[in-house]
Design a protein around this ligand. Structure first.
Ligand code: KG4
Ligand code: ZN
Length: 343
């Protein structure tokens, strides 16, 4: 079957067509179109909702059109429309939702509401050859969310850990701001950290790992404050930005990895998955891969292809397939945005 996915929860307007083999569950992305607003928001150092909303309105129809053309399909061949219902910015979500409702009515197609975090989780299944084995523990790390979820079957989620304050991506972005680096902060901090490790020098900056040994919840605001205090006390910090990035990233990655392994052990997971914008980070991938290999060599570790780490609509189509299989559906008459949509 062919699913058209639509995503507009933050600052990316995206549409994709995913072909799913309903016998094997194998998914092939036929198109994955993303209109990113990063350059527009960069000069403000973060997403401005009003500007994002206007851009979504301008971009949504051309992006959907392009997704169909690139997939080589007409609207008649689409079997269902999956769209992000929430969580996200209301003024952004509404454009995707209203477009999906209108197309579902005009084209007479089933409409599947998808949770954005479920979308990130299911990004791991796009173009995946192997079958996933339950129970699995998935770490989702994005700009708005950091959580550990237990899944014992498809589209059934139990949150077993979450951040009590900032998300991991937010920690990257705020840390980068303090270090006077650009937005989004993740890629920039990661690049600087790599430069430092290539020097072979010993890192002299010591930062805390808040809540490392306390359950499965996360807290990143203390780490951010610790960085701020260090910078305030160090008049030479501008000459040591790479070293600060290295220390800051090490702390984030160690916390994320150790909590994930702890969750996998506690719930006797067969599989660990990683998802969300921060999962594009090569150090995090490497650190997690090594830790799983050392501590749980029998566990299978699944990470999304790089193209599917940040917000996209292929992941929404993929999640939509399993949501629908699990009985989730809506209609153009009923579908509404839910900014606090929980898993
Ligand atoms: O999933 P996403 O595209 O949007 C949300 O749903 O929030 O995630 C965006 C976040 C930003 O905070 C960005 O700094 C972070 O992902 N990010 C990274 C990297 N690439 C993006 N963080 C660390 N390393 C990266 N390479
Ligand atoms: Zn996201």
């Amino acid at each position: 079957m062919y699913i058209l996915g639509i995503e507009s929860s933050c600052d990316e307007t995206a549409a994709a067509v995913v072909k799913i083999n309903t016998k094997t569950g194998e998914a092939q992305t036929l198109s994955n179109i993303i209109s990113s607003q990063i350059e527009i928001h960069q000069k403000y150092g973060g997403v401005i909702p009003e500007i994002a909303a206007r851009e979504h309105v301008l971009n949504v129809l051309p992006v959907i059109d392009e997704a169909l053309v690139k997939a080589g399909l007409s609207s008649k061949q689409i079997d269902a429309i999956a769209v992000t219902k929430g969580p996200g910015l209301v003024t952004s979500l509404i454009t995707g939702i209203e477009s999906a409702r209108t197309l579902a009515y005009v084209w007479n197609k089933p409409l599947i509401p998808v949770n954005h975090i479920a979308g990130h989780i299911y990004s791991d299944l796009l173009e995946l050859k192997e079958k996933i084995i339950f129970p699995l523990v998935v770490l989702t790390v994005s700009g708005g969310h950091t959580n550990l979820v237990l899944m014992e079957s498809h589209y059934k989620f139990k949150i077993i850990g979450e951040t009590r304050d900032d998300a991991a991506g937010e920690a990257y972005d705020k840390g980068a701001k303090m270090l006077e680096l650009g937005y989004p902060g993740g890629p920039e901090v990661s690049k600087r950290a790599k430069l430092f490790s290539e020097t072979g020098q010993k890192c002299e900056v010591i930062l805390p790992r808040p809540m490392l040994h306390n359950g499965l919840d996360f807290s990143f605001s203390g780490l951010k404050t610790a960085l701020l205090y260090k910078l305030q006390k160090d008049p030479t910090w501008k000459n040591r930005v790479d070293e600060y990035c290295f220390a800051y990233q090490e702390a984030i990655i160690e916390i994320l990895t150790k909590k994930t392994l702890k969750a996998a052990q506690k719930y006797q997971a067969q599989t660990i998955m990683l998802s969300g914008g921060v999962s594009a980070n090569s150090e995090l991938r490497e650190y997690l891969r090594k830790a799983v290999q050392n501590d749980f060599p029998k566990l299978s570790l699944i990470m999304p292809k790089l193209a599917y780490t940040t917000d996209n609509a292929a992941m929404i189509a993929m999640a939509g397939y399993y949501a629908n299989k699990g009985g989730v559906k809506s209609s153009w008459q009923k579908l509404k945005v839910d900014v606090n949509f929980t898993l």
